[in-house]
Design a protein around this ligand. Structure first.
Ligand SMILES: Nc1ncnc2c1ncn2[C@@H]1O[C@H](COP(=O)(O)OP(=O)(O)OP(=O)(O)O)[C@@H](O)[C@H]1O
Ligand SMILES: [Mg+2]
Length: 327
């Protein structure tokens, strides 16, 4: 399958009073056409900043993309002005993002009709009636009953789960190539979470788009993502197919993550073990592996040598890990 987006060595930093925050520190990944990938890791590891960087939505100052390339349709998106026409047509057009909290993305004083038809008019040049028809079709496609009427409602007239569906409909309205779902589901129970992932999976298949699921819940993505990237402290520490990561996790952090999440995809009577220690502070980090203080497998080499690059594991798979230890 053809590569759709390729991110190479992305570095995004924040200049704060407390020091330099290396939020994303040399991240590389790709997504193929019509593929679903997941980016997984604990809170604060740089998942959202990496995705916002792709959209050039990093607030500057204090933030800055300091290195990397983001290849999409043969162009480096970082060559575009953040607020220029090209980037604006990418954002919400070819690459769409569904954010964590729908109430911060939906405008409470405008009806859904107003909010949804706006981008159809701008990006696709539709007239009012055509845009309204298209918007209510989209609402209906994501499972909003009586969409032709409900399109005239305000966001607060929808339940939390329904608002998530509305966000998905809005994100898909301009036929994006990539839908990024940035933890759309954390505040919801696991069943609703699974339903939304199910819906997004269906929708991207229908739209022939790719899906990036950004989450800290490794348990929910197994069934939906073909490949996974595990992030820790601004870097990818392990990547591979779902089968490789769930079957033979190799990075001590991935192993710990798997031990502490309930899984949806199998009967699960394991005892869940929380990861000990604190997530790292991304300011003034030591050059060694950031997982070292929490790692049950660490050796002298880990204390002496710099944080290792990702290396490909033996075999003909796609499994990469950044660790000195043979776990
Ligand atoms: N505007 C900002 N100013 C300073 N630091 C920031 C800013 N935005 C993000 N950061 C820092 O960048 C790091 C990565 O944040 P990010 O939001 O990407 O985490 P995340 O993995 O998405 O976490 P979560 O699961 O909680 O959403 C964090 O240490 C965060 O404090
Ligand atoms: Mg986030």
């Amino acid at each position: 399958m053809a590569v759709l987006l390729e991110v190479k060595n992305l570095k995004t930093q924040f200049y704060t009073d407390r020091g330099l925050v290396k939020a994303v520190d040399g991240v590389s990944y790709h997504i193929d056409e019509k593929e679903t990938i997941a980016i997984v890791g604990e809170s604060g590891c740089g998942k959202s900043v990496s995705q916002l960087s792709i959209m050039q939505l990093i607030q500057s100052p204090p933030g800055k993309i300091v290195d990397g390339t983001i290849l999409f349709e043969g162009r480096d998106l970082l060559e575009y002005e953040a607020n220029g026409d090209e980037m604006r047509s990418i954002r919400g057009g070819k690459i769409a993002i569904v954010f964590q909290e729908p109430m911060t993305s939906l405008n409470p004083v405008l009806t859904l009709e107003r909010q949804m038809t706006e981008s159809l008019k701008i990006h696709l040049g539709m007239e009012k009636e055509e845009a309204r028809t298209r918007a209510s079709e989209l609402l209906s496609a994501v499972g909003i009953p009586d969409a032709e009427k409900r399109i005239d409602d305000y966001p607060h007239q929808y339940s939390g789960g329904m608002r998530q569906r509305v966000m998905i409909a809005m994100a898909l309205s301009c036929n994006p190539k990539i839908l990024i779902a940035d933890e759309p589901t954390t505040a919801l129970d696991v069943t609703t979470q699974a339903q939304l992932l199910e819906l997004m999976t269906d929708m991207v298949a229908r739209f022939k788009a790719s899906l990036v699921i950004v989450t800290h819940n490794l348990g929910v993505v197994a069934r939906y993502a073909q490949r996974l990237y595990v992030m820790y402290a601004g870097r990818i520490v392990e990547s591979g197919t779902s089968k490789e990561i769930f079957g033979t996790p190799r990075h001590p952090y991935t192993i710990a993550l798997l031990a502490c999440v309930p899984r949806l995809d199998e009967e699960d009577d394991r005892k869940l073990v929380p990861i000990t220690g604190m997530p790292p502070n991304l300011i003034n980090m030591a050059p060694v592996c950031a997982f070292l203080p929490r790692c049950p497998y660490s050796t002298e080499k880990c204390r002496q040598e710099p944080w290792p690059d990702l290396r490909k594991l033996d075999g003909d798979g796609q499994h990469y890990v950044s660790c000195y230890v043979d776990t």
